[in-house]
Design a protein around this ligand. Sequence first.
Ligand code: G6P
Ligand code: MG
Length: 217
Amino acid sequence: MIRGFIFDLDGVITDTAEYHYRGWKRLAEEEGLAFTREDNEQLRGIPRRESLLLILRDRLYPEEKILEMMERKNNYYLQFIREISPRDLLPGAKELLEEVRLAGMKNALGSASKNATEVLDRLGIHSLFDAISDGHSVERQKPAPDLFLHAAGQLGLPSAECVVVEDAAAGIEAANAGGFHSIGLGPWERVGKAEAVFPSLSGLHLEEIFTALSLKP
Ligand code: G6P
Ligand code: MG
């Protein structure tokens, strides 16, 4: 039996994954570091510091410089999200959030971002969530299961009764490690370890999800 859904934010509900990429890309260019869209695939769902360390590879920098680069990227990101409005919801996202509620189930957010609530507010969908777990909620972020366990705890549900919706390999790994059902959005190479894979939330309804997971609503 499923009683809750836990949604990742960036790349699932809105395309802020693109803004994270552009922020890192600009920083990498300023620092003379090679960083491609392909490299960025490894960064999906990964927290700010760990993302930067992946971009820096084995180069060593003083802590002060690391903190400055994290802040610089975040400032670029904040500039991008200032323009976000309800028009930036990805197709099908709001519809599924509403369908979950109508079916008597709960919605939680499970995003590693420290900017998640600001994005939700700008999208105008904060009230569709019963719980928010974000970059401030736990120490160990994805691929550890802690963030999703935190979200399920806030909903008062065991992980086996929740479906995690993710676009990142690290997010699917976290869901699997926590004993959650999982839906991967995007290419198989990225989210193929999910229980069910769909290209996006566009046109996706509960019935199709439950069928794919061999579950009953
Ligand atoms: C999400 C995104 C990542 C981002 C992380 C931290 O997991 O998918 O790309 O690095 O959040 O976001 P923040 O807004 O706190 O830098
Ligand atoms: Mg994501």
